[in-house]
Write a protein that binds this ligand. Structure first.
Ligand code: ZN
Ligand code: ZN
Length: 242
């Protein structure tokens, strides 16, 4: 951010960032944070995949339905828990971490983190994956009972993968612009989509998806006025803004 021509919002953001950074525990290491998230994720995925046997094509249908379910879940969690204070255990902490930290640290004008130290406010804490894993277990049990074990394992493979995709896509939204990100399908779309969401004036209303803007299109909470395919491959295009 240029130091000349700062407006009051820029000054607020700079002040917030320096206060936030001062409060981070000395032992915090951004690389370790990310390493723990992806190590747990990939180890769990390996374990689930090892349990699949004699896979039939029809069983793969569950991946498609789980993908859509996760997309709606991510949208709903962001809209109703991360942006609205709720009363169940942990909800307030999620809300405060998102609205009072993440959204103060990154603005529509300054979406970039400065370095690995800022990953503290970019990624979820590592225990989030453990919580999402426990939330998936009833689904595994139900689908195994209704269909078979392969369908159960494929369900949790998809939920865990979607979580890792969520973290990766969101990370890509807070990296400085470059040729690759600008031209990478889906990533370029989400970068514009999420930067628009970081506008404090509209953050509670638009662009709640953090992987692919499917639920935002479905529930009409997108800042774009175009069809599903147009939404998915919009890239940086501002032509269809409402
Ligand atoms: Zn963000
Ligand atoms: Zn948000």
């Amino acid at each position: 951010m240029e130091l000349q021509n700062l407006n009051s919002d820029d000054e607020k953001l700079i002040k917030f960032r320096s206060n936030y950074r001062e409060k981070i525990d000395g032992w915090y290491n951004g690389f370790l944070h990310v390493f723990i998230i992806y190590s747990i994720g990939f180890l769990l995925l390996c374990f689930y995949i090892m349990n699949i046997s004699a896979l039939k094509n029809i069983e793969l249908l569950i991946v498609f339905f789980t993908f859509l379910l996760c997309n709606i879940f991510e949208w709903a969690l962001h809209k109703y828990v991360m942006h609205r204070p709720q009363n169940f255990p942990g909800a307030r902490a999620i809300y405060s971490r998102h609205v009072q930290q993440h959204h103060q640290f990154f603005s529509k004008e300054e979406m970039r983190f400065a370095g690995p130290h800022d990953w503290r406010v970019t990624f979820f804490p590592p225990y989030a994956l453990i919580i999402f894993t426990f939330m998936s277990i009833p689904g595994v049990i139900l689908l195994t009972w209704l269909f078979n074990a392969n369908v159960g394992w494929l369900f949790i493979i998809t939920t865990t993968s979607m979580y890792l995709i969520y973290e990766t896509m969101h990370f890509c939204c807070h990296v400085g612009d470059n040729f690759i990100l600008r031209n990478l399908p889906f990533v370029n779309t989400l970068r514009r989509h999420h930067a628009a969401h970081h506008d404090q004036g509209i953050m509670t209303k638009v662009n709640m998806n953090l992987t692919f803007p499917i639920a935002d299109w479905l529930f009409k909470s997108s800042d774009l006025n175009r069809g599903l395919l147009g939404h998915l491959f919009n890239g940086y295009n501002e032509k269809y803004k409402k």
